[in-house]
Design a protein around this ligand. Structure first.
Ligand SMILES: CC(C)(COP(=O)(O)OP(=O)(O)OC[C@H]1O[C@@H](n2cnc3c(N)ncnc32)[C@H](O)[C@@H]1OP(=O)(O)O)[C@@H](O)C(=O)NCCC(=O)NCCS
Length: 167
């Protein structure tokens, strides 16, 4: 279903568990999924385990609100907020193009609004047209841009900044 409704094929979000590293690793190790991420692809399962541990710690310390995306009983990605203001999401490529990220980002926005968050930012590689298309579709607007903001692997990357105001 591409309507983002509440049918049997809708996505849900739930908190990270350490055991999610196994399901998340193929996604975080995938060069296509990680092409515009803020780190190179994970080289080992231990990299993903460390990422999951750090995400759980950030959430428990109130520095983030990140969750895994579950679809048909499987963990297919993650979506949430860093620092309660910056959105981040990734989906396994075999699930792209079905409206599932739109649903997941809709849930992140609704959850943020319910928690009293007044605006959400996004920092996107300008070449990441799927991410930019999704965010614009969800109501984000561009508020800035910058050149050569950070080095990912051996590549300097630019940023486009977007924002949605919830208040
Ligand atoms: C970005 C990403 C999550 C999109 O996932 P998806 O499930 O394919 O997205 P959806 O099917 O829900 O599409 C939602 C909207 O995004 C936009 N979109 C999706 N893919 C697009 C593409 N290739 N080009 C332009 N817009 C695109 C469209 O506006 C689409 O809505 P529409 O179909 O109603 O027009 C996915 O490509 C991904 O995981 N990429 C790798 C990780 C990443 O780069 N994350 C973002 C970091 S900021």
């Amino acid at each position: 279903m591409k309507g983002g409704g509440r049918g049997v094929d809708s996505v849900t979000l739930r908190p990270f568990r350490n055991a999610d590293a196994e399901a998340l690793h193929p996604i975080f190790a995938d060069p296509e999924a990680m092409r515009f991420w803020s780190t190179p692809p994970h080289a080992s399962l231990e990299d993903t385990r460390a990422f999951v541990r750090a995400t759980i710690a950030a959430t428990s310390e109130g520095r983030g609100d990140d969750q895994v995306i579950v679809f048909e009983g499987r963990v297919i990605g993650k979506a949430g907020l860093w620092d309660n203001r910056e959105i981040g999401f990734i989906l396994a490529p075999e699930y792209w193009g079905r409206g599932l990220a739109r649903e997941a980002v809709g849930l992140v926005i609704a959850r943020a609004r319910a928690r009293g968050v007044t605006s959400i930012r996004a920092d996107v590689d300008p070449r990441n047209s799927a991410c930019l298309g999704l965010l614009r579709r969800m109501g984000f607007v561009q508020v800035g841009e910058a050149k050569a903001v950070m080095k990912v692997g051996d590549e300097w990357v630019d940023s486009v900044y977007l924002e949605i105001v919830l208040a």
